[in-house]
Write a protein that binds this ligand. Structure first.
Ligand code: NAG
Length: 346
């Protein structure tokens, strides 16, 4: 039979095309983000991510519970795969890790990063009131109540839940060192190494109750609008050296290619918000703009103000009281019993 041999060959050709196709997109040049929608129509569609999280989009939602995660504390005995896929650094995660605070169970699949370059250390995908952070981590989960695996969930509207962590350059982060110390082994595209498990919770900010929530998409092709986004309000820090380990140590090209292409600036620009709102789990005003200097100025100013105002008020009060005593002695007034607690007439 012709068809019996034809089908495997066709499948092989399709697989080959898919691999070529999948390898095609980049962040710059002729296959850069403005051209993604030619091969991946969803990238030009609705509900795209990332977005700029602007104050005017925010709406407080008292029903947003703190994020609860299970089995994030992995033992060093369980091996994780750390890989360079040419677009990012990715760590595979075991299926016992999951989010338990959403209407469905969302099982972890992988986490990966987006970052800037050494010359331009701003590479987060989500921005907050136009502020772009140095990098961003995405912990990707799929709806395992409804779908058997990541590939079945990836294009469904309720398929994925991603936890986003904004990263700033600052204090050294020991948790990031658990995998950064192995990235020399994955300098080039498609390289992989096994790394001992560690506490993935330590990569997240301390507070899991304060976050932004909106409906969006994968930030890379095929850009399916299948992601329930949670972006934590509080960022984490990594040291300048840790940032440079990622921004200068990796290539998006294969080891055998003659001219290596650096892997950095791997972030998509903010997308149209359209009719969307961003729900927020917290209510307090953002006072982060108050720095220590300003705070000291306000406190010293207030103290000085009190020093001047208190004697002035005392002085005025004494004068008024003296006046009242004088009035009383003259017998002026409608009703002597109508006095306030200080004995002054009301
Ligand atoms: C995902 O699940 C579907 C349906 O059960 C199955 O056909 C497919 O092979 C699975 N894919 C992977 C990558 O496990």
């Amino acid at each position: 039979m012709h068809s019996a041999s034809f089908i495997p060959i066709l499948l092989l050709q399709l697989t080959f095309l898919a691999v070529l196709h999948g390898a095609k997109w980049t962040y710059n040049g002729p296959e850069g983000e403005h051209h993604w929608s030619k091969h991946y129509p969803y990238c030009g569609g609705a509900f795209q991510s990332p977005i700029d999280i602007k104050s005017e989009l925010l709406r407080f939602d008292p029903t947003l519970r703190p994020i609860e995660i299970q089995n994030y504390n992995l033992s060093p005995n369980e091996q994780l795969t750390l890989g360079n896929n040419g677009h990012s650094v990715q760590i595979s995660l075991p299926s016992k890790m999951h989010i338990s605070s959403l209407p469905h169970r969302y099982t972890a699949a992988q986490l990966h990063f987006h970052w800037g370059s050494s010359g331009r250390p701003s590479g987060s995908e989500h921005t907050v009131n136009s502020k772009q952070y140095a990098a961003e981590m995405h912990v990707v989960h799929f709806n395992s109540d409804k779908y058997p695996n990541m590939s079945m969930a990836v294009d469904k509207s309720d398929g994925l839940a991603v936890l986003g962590v904004l990263i700033e350059v600052g204090e050294f982060n020991p948790a990031f060192e658990k995998f950064l110390r192995f990235i020399n082994g994955i300098k080039y595209r498609d390289q992989r190494v096994q790394v001992p498990g560690f506490n993935i919770r330590a990569l997240l900010p301390a507070r899991l109750d304060e976050y932004y929530r909106y409906d969006g998409s994968l930030t890379t092709p095929p850009c399916y609008p299948s992601v329930l986004w949670t972006i934590f309000r509080n960022h984490v820090t990594i040291s300048r050296k840790q940032f440079l380990d990622m921004a200068t140590g990796l290539y998006s090209s294969h080891a055998q290619e003659s001219s290596p292409v650096p892997l950095n600036g791997n972030f998509r620009k903010p997308q149209l918000v359209d009719s969307r709102v961003v729900l927020v789990s917290f209510k307090e005003a953002d006072l982060s703009w108050i720095n220590t200097g300003l705070l000291v100025t306000i406190l010293v100013g207030s103290a000085l103000g009190l020093v001047l105002i208190v004697p002035l008020l005392c002085c005025l009060f004494k004068q008024k009281r003296a006046g009242a005593e004088q009035d009383k002695s003259k017998g002026v007034g409608y009703n002597g019993s109508e006095k306030d607690e200080y004995g002054s007439r009301v």
